[in-house]
Design a protein around this ligand. Sequence first.
Ligand SMILES: O=P(O)(O)OC[C@H]1O[C@H](O[C@H]2O[C@H](CO)[C@@H](O)[C@H](O)[C@H]2O)[C@H](O)[C@@H](O)[C@@H]1O
Length: 254
Amino acid sequence: MQTASGATALRLPRPPARLDRPSLFLDLDGVLAPFAPSPDAVEPDPRRTKVLRRLIRRLEGRVAVVSGRTLSEIDRISDGAAMAASGVHGLQRRRGDGGRLDRKPDPAVRRAMRAFSDFARTRPGVIVEDKHLSAGLHFRQAPQVSAEALALAEALQRETGLDLQPGVMVLELKTPGTDKGAAIVEFMAETPFSEGTPVMVGDDLTDEHGFEAAERLGGFGVLVGPERPTAARYRLTDVAEVLDWLEGLAEDMA
Ligand SMILES: O=P(O)(O)OC[C@H]1O[C@H](O[C@H]2O[C@H](CO)[C@@H](O)[C@H](O)[C@H]2O)[C@H](O)[C@@H](O)[C@@H]1O
């Protein structure tokens, strides 16, 4: 629908309260966990852990956390509740049976880490995150550097051939070759996920790959946060609404 100014008005509805055999792919930051000033400040939360455990049981394992975080960070924040998971935007994957499939880091990630660390040294509040497969430059606590940070990341992207992944107050240079959508396609080719319909819940630009993959495979995406042009079909406002909706799904499947 077009508004008077020509912009697209999305008005995405809430997702259904009941789903028929979903395979759930859940993003972490901004979806299962509210944003915090720094990556380390996000802690395990008993409500999140409980709903993940209940859903995994009730969906017979058809739940994966699909995050930009590393698998070890996913395990820390979910208190070990998530067995199937994908980390670093699809570059790491742990199947439902525990088997690990990790890509090799592009050596240029070390170069990006050095350049990001040099940049952060003279800019208080800027945080550099080393995920080995990817280098992250966080400016949530120094938003005034965002344009400079983008110029640096774009220059490095051109020089190194790494993928530039913008996020929420973060820019990442990551090992090329895959994304969250590809991780979902791989999960969906395996049991138990192949026995369900894919549903991706995410908030970020990296999650658009997941929404598109879920649609292609006969499912759908749920956007979390403000409306924007998106491949998702439904929307929830915030983490609290996500947890309420997931608890409702788990209850319905009891
Ligand atoms: O794919 P996700 O699970 O959404 O992970 C995306 C990135 O999340 C983390 O950064 C974000 O959350 C931080 C803590 O709330 C916040 O300080 C930061 O501004 C956000 O961008 C994580 O640190 C990144 O590695 C993930 O790629």
